[in-house]
Design a protein around this ligand. Structure first.
Ligand code: ATP
Length: 254
């Protein structure tokens, strides 16, 4: 079943068209990644899904509900949590207070249990539970941002560039946890990443976004095997017949 379905979505910044008819499907239980260069529209896509920006055209359906026009807090309450780029934690609140903030939109109890669940995935946050979030390292802040998203008990998490500014080792660690959350907690993930290596090794399916348009969609196995993806996203150089590197091969998806 499609948990999230976008059809022909267009978003603008004033006169600038940032999404140009985007259609994507996210099936329940999957990790889906959106690859794209700087300025391709990845963050705009995430903001449009989570209601921080309005889609001018097209439809966004989540778990059988139309999200167009819905306020962001109601969208969170439907089970869709957005972990924004740049891990925007509340720096003056403690780690635990940050986690509690993540539960604000949901009904019912179980907050203490959920905090313990977050701590079981991110033990370092338990050690630092009373510290101001502003004093955490970049990687720990990313863990806190993901943990805060989990506190909404989401069916779907939107993760915007979780590897941004992190060392390769920390990136591996965070992505291993993302995979575990997907497998063990059943959280479906829509993952925006510039690090195509890690994204394609984590996700089941991927889309390539360029200048606001989806130009490719396939399983991650197929994307990894594609010459275009290898050359333009995985940084593999191709040898020409004369034994020189060719840098200007045309992409075939245009
Ligand atoms: P990055 O990886 O750099 O975050 P991105 O793929 O997330 O890139 P977006 O931030 O979604 O790209 O930007 C898509 C397009 O919209 C770009 O051309 C960008 O210049 C433009 N844009 C983004 N934010 C604004 C804004 N606040 N006002 C005007 N144009 C914007």
């Amino acid at each position: 079943m499609n948990l999230l379905e976008l059809r022909n979505v267009e978003s603008f910044y004033g006169a600038i068209m940032a999404l140009r008819g985007v259609s994507i499907d996210v099936t329940e239980g999957e990790i889906v990644t959106i690859l794209g260069a700087n300025g391709a529209g990845k963050t705009t896509l995430m903001k449009t899904i989570s209601g921080l920006m309005d889609a001018e055209k097209g439809t966004i359906d989540f778990n059988g509900q139309r999200l167009n026009g819905m306020e962001p807090d109601r969208i969170v309450a439907q089970g869709l949590a957005h972990v924004p780029e740049g891990r925007e934690v509340f720096p003056y609140l403690s780690v635990e207070e940050n986690l509690r903030m993540g539960a604000y939109a949901r009904k019912g109890g179980g907050v203490a249990e959920d905090i313990e669940l977050v701590y079981s995935y991110f033990p370092i946050l338990k050690e630092r539970r009373a510290q101001s979030a502003g004093f955490l390292s970049g990687g720990q802040q990313q863990m806190l941002a993901i943990g805060r998203g989990l506190m909404a008990r989401p069916k779907l998490m939107l993760l915007d560039e979780p590897s941004l500014g992190l060392s390769p080792l920390l990136t591996q660690e965070i992505f291993a946890i993302i995979k575990r959350l997907n497998a063990e907690q059943g959280v479906t993930m829509l993952l925006v990443e510039q690090n195509a290596h890690v994204a394609l090794n984590t996700a089941h399916k991927g889309y390539v976004l360029e200048m606001g348009r989806i130009v490719m969609a396939d399983s991650c196995a197929a994307l990894k095997a594609s010459d275009d993806i290898q050359e333009f996203y995985l940084g593999k150089q191709e040898d020409s017949q004369r034994g020189q590197k060719r840098w200007k091969r045309r992409k075939t998806w245009r």
